[in-house]
Design a binder for this molecule. Structure first.
Ligand SMILES: *[C@@H]1O[C@H](CO)[C@@H](O)[C@H](O)[C@H]1NC(C)=O
Ligand SMILES: *[C@@H]1O[C@H](CO)[C@@H](O)[C@H](O)[C@H]1NC(C)=O
Ligand SMILES: *[C@@H]1O[C@H](CO)[C@@H](O)[C@H](O)[C@H]1NC(C)=O
Ligand SMILES: *[C@@H]1O[C@H](CO)[C@@H](O)[C@H](O)[C@H]1NC(C)=O
Ligand SMILES: *[C@@H]1O[C@H](CO)[C@@H](O)[C@H](O)[C@H]1NC(C)=O
Length: 451
């Protein structure tokens, strides 16, 4: 009973429907509803596939060979985007512009990425996990984490980062995990970690740290876990650690500790520390070589004045007096080793620091940190779940299969409901619906026309 006009309208409507349905899943991908998910993993894609439905909330593109990310590849409705283990060499700074819904972005394991523009993540106000591990990054531009107030997990491990400029993380008020292990950091400055008042875990192991500013940890009042093992520290003042009132787990092994008077304040702090700490094996002087600093008796520091002892140190408050004394100090201090002053940004950020937490180490052939290393310490290299009680609140079993990386801990992100069933015949993906509905639509159209 369609008039000619109605018939045409109906036809056009069907065409629209048809078009909509044919968009519903890119070739070689599997799509699901609630939440709308496009899964295109492990398909040797060289570019982001065409036809990702504009309202997709979850997009999985991991384990392909995608080389570039450009503006328009994804829609601003995206909530979760995984593109880890691809071959990304370039990310257009506008790729994620206006992505106010984005919560998790995994760009990890794109070894040739090497550089990011400062604006890349601007405006991602809901982002709570950002994965940039193993991306060949040697530096991070100023302001790259600007405005990421919701960020809780930041994974920067296994890059080649040599220095972190002051205030880089200052907007990350909600950050809980900061992973920086496996980089080339050699110093931590007064304002490197400024603003991280909710930080819970700071992993700095497997770097080349030899210099830590005495106030480097001054904002980290909630830090429970600090890993500094396998660095090049010869000393660390107790004053540094006294700024961490919530500290529970400390790993200092694998450093060439110098157990002279210089370590007296660390020794003193360790005597009081109630949390769990690794061994702190002395490398020098020769009388105590191989001994654990924690086990040394007071008599083994016979000629130390005790002036550096914690009793005199007031650290937990950042008083005006402290600030002004810091300013005065700036004139009386020995700058870090000249060979580290090299290249532009790194050099210009060097504080002409105040009293150091760590004194510079004599340059010279590096003694392997492994030399005085008991076997049990090696376990520290692995970031095993055992080390973090309470980790089990993350439901790992619910996650879709991901890479087997021992150093990446996933934040508690619920997997899309459909992904687990990807291999089950029971679940009917969109593409099938699409085909069926196309046939039905065509049939209806023909029926209308035939009338
Ligand atoms: C990755 O990208 C580089 C540069 O574009 C290219 O030379 C290389 O062949 C790519 N590797 C793979 C596995 O696609
Ligand atoms: C930090 O996170 C909480 C809860 O996720 C949120 O309510 C708060 O707004 C965040 N802080 C800022 C400064 O955005
Ligand atoms: C301590 O100082 C005394 C004299 O000042 C000196 O004889 C002694 O060798 C010193 N002991 C150590 C362990 O340096
Ligand atoms: C700071 O480090 C320098 C260089 O090693 C050292 O000579 C100096 O005594 C240190 N100052 C303090 C207060 O530890
Ligand atoms: C320290 O790190 C280096 C390189 O990152 C590694 O080869 C070495 O085995 C590590 N040593 C320990 C004790 O973890």
């Amino acid at each position: 009973l369609f008039s000619a006009g109605y018939g045409l309208e109906f036809f056009l409507m069907l065409c629209g429907l048809e078009l909509q349905l044919s968009w519903s899943c890119p070739r070689h991908c599997v799509c699901y509803t609630s939440p709308t998910t496009v899964s295109c993993q492990a398909h040797n894609f060289l570019t982001v596939p065409e036809g990702i439905p504009p309202h997709s909330e979850r997009i999985f593109l991991q384990n392909n060979r995608i080389g570039m990310l450009l503006r328009g590849h994804f829609s601003p409705h995206t909530v979760t985007l995984w593109i880890y283990s691809n071959n990304i060499t370039f990310i257009d700074p506008d790729t994620f512009q206006g992505f106010t819904q984005l919560e998790e972005l995994d760009l990890g394991d794109n070894k040739y990425l090497r550089a990011l523009a400062a604006e890349t993540f601007h405006g991602l106000s809901k982002l709570h996990a950002l994965h940039l591990y193993r991306c060949g990054l040697s530096s991070l531009p100023d302001g790259i984490f600007q405005g990421l107030h919701s960020l809780q997990y930041l994974y920067l491990q296994d890059n080649r980062i040599e220095s972190l400029q002051d205030n880089l993380f200052v907007d990350l008020v909600n950050l809980s995990h900061l992973f920086l292990h496996g980089n080339k950091l050699w110093s931590l400055h007064q304002n490197t970690f400024r603003g991280l008042s909710n930080l819970d875990r700071l992993l700095l192991h497997q770097n080349q740290l030899q210099w830590v500013h005495r106030w480097a940890f001054h904002d980290l009042k909630k830090l429970t876990t600090l890993y500094l093992f396998n660095n090049s520290l010869t000393q660390l003042s107790g004053e540094c650690l006294a700024q961490l009132p919530s500290l529970e787990y400390l790993r200092l092994n694998g450093n060439p500790w110098e157990c002279s008077c210089k370590s007296h304040s660390l020794w003193d702090w360790l005597q009081r520390f109630r949390g769990s700490s690794s061994s702190v094996l002395c490398e020098s002087p020769s009388e105590v070589r191989g001994k654990d600093l924690k086990q040394l008796s007071k008599d083994e520091f016979p000629n130390c004045s005790g002036s550096e002892s914690l009793h005199q140190i007031k650290t937990s408050t950042w008083t005006t007096a402290d600030k002004s004394s810091f300013k005065e100090d700036q004139h009386s201090v020995i700058p870090p080793p000249a060979d580290k002053m090299r290249t532009g940004r790194v050099g210009s950020q060097r504080p002409h620091g105040s009293r150091n937490c760590t004194r510079q180490r004599a340059r010279g052939p590096k003694k392997g940190p492994n030399e005085v290393h008991p076997m049990e310490e090696m376990a520290d290299k692995e970031y095993s779940p055992m080390e973090f009680p309470g980790e089990d609140k993350f439901d790992h079993t619910a996650e879709p299969p991901r890479r087997k990386s021992k150093c990446t801990r996933r934040p508690p992100v619920r997997p899309p409901s459909g992904v687990q069933q990807a291999t089950n015949a029971g679940s009917v993906p969109h593409s099938t619906f699409s085909l069926v509905s196309r046939i039905v639509a065509l049939w209806v159209v023909l029926a209308v026309i035939m009338r």
